[in-house]
Write a new protein. Structure first.
Length: 203
């Protein structure tokens, strides 16, 4: 499947200044950087239950969506945007944090379960399918000890990155944006391989 029909980029996160740049909001952070680089300004959309902007022209136009619904209701906003713009599921990619991946790692999948992520779970429920692209951004586990992971999960995902972690995260964001920008000239398999094998230590 060619990736040049990518139309909607969805970043997952929680709205509000108290959640700004927390680990759970890395999806928002990628979209904010894309909008900055492309000089497009997010605006509130009540009908889409989120903030949106668009960049590019013609067949290469893409829309960015940051749901205002909080993470566990993200699917409402995604479904509203899909229906309003008449997009197909394969034209959507969801950018989401993943604490099962170490910081610095990226995984791209065309389908799959929610993996316990409430945002993905909501999208699967509202789209009625698990067959949509998702780009998982590693934020690392809350603890190296399995027995401590559950109790520390909330504080971990709602916590902020350290200065050292931000250096790594910025490299990841740049790589993601570079790949998204190149989809018009590369097929989906090449993009997936590049992102899945990315190592920030080699940058």
């Amino acid at each position: 499947m060619s990736c040049n029909n990518l139309k909607l980029l969805v970043g997952l996160g929680n709205p509000g200044s108290e959640y700004h740049k927390t680990r759970h909001n890395v999806g928002f952070m990628v979209l904010e950087e894309i909008s900055r680089k492309n000089n497009c300004t997010f605006r509130e959309s009540k009908k889409l239950l989120g903030r949106t902007c668009e960049y590019g022209t013609g067949s290469e136009q893409r829309r960015l969506l940051m749901p205002n619904t909080y993470m566990n209701e993200s699917g409402k906003s995604v479904r509203s945007a899909k229906d309003w713009f008449n997009f197909e599921n394969h034209q959507i990619i969801v950018l989401v944090d993943d604490m099962d991946l170490p910081l610095g790692k990226i995984r791209v999948r065309c389908k799959g379960s929610s993996g316990g992520h409430n945002g993905l779970k909501s999208i699967i429920n509202h789209l009625g399918t698990a067959e949509f692209k998702r780009l998982k951004i590693g934020i690392g586990p809350p603890s190296d000890l399995q027995k401590d992971r559950k109790s520390k999960t909330v504080s971990h995902v709602l916590g902020r990155f350290s200065k050292e972690e931000f250096l790594v995260l910025n490299l990841i964001i740049e790589e993601i944006i570079s790949c998204i920008d190149s989809v018009k000239s590369n097929n989906w398999e090449k993009i997936t391989t590049r992102l899945n094998s990315y190592n920030p230590e080699n940058s």
